[in-house]
Write a protein that binds this ligand. Sequence first.
Ligand code: FES
Ligand code: FES
Length: 152
Amino acid sequence: MPSHTFSVNGESVTVDAPDDMPLLWVLRDLLGVRGPKYGCGIDVCKACTSHLDGQAVNPCVVPVSDAEGRDVTTIEGLADGDRLHPVQEAWLAQDVAQCGYCQPGQIMAAVALLRRTENPSDEDIDAIANVCRCGTYFRIREAIKKAASMMR
Ligand code: FES
Ligand code: FES
């Protein structure tokens, strides 16, 4: 079984797994990192959104071999110790979550968007396309705008 070494939330990890095992499986089942959620497994719902070298990816369709030597960040790695990321603060302030299932992915997608765009438009935000079956889209939009103003 090949072994793969990469960083997860700032810590180096080595796992034995087939090259083509999805990174989401490795995170959740082998490493116990369960913030990224499993929804569809086919790059549609985006519940699993995490970052690879700071870019939003959907690890259900990223083979673990692609993570070799790279930095994986999940929702667990977003806060700085006890200090929440501004996007997390904004999420709480706007009381975004309902059932919560999609929310780690929504927040990770929002953080990646705000890295690319300081002042995102409604169209930029809607382009994230993470699915929320509870329909929290309006509050997500408000929270991203609030976070953008906090980060400027
Ligand atoms: S689980 Fe749906 S995109 Fe990854
Ligand atoms: S908060 Fe329930 S799926 Fe989004």
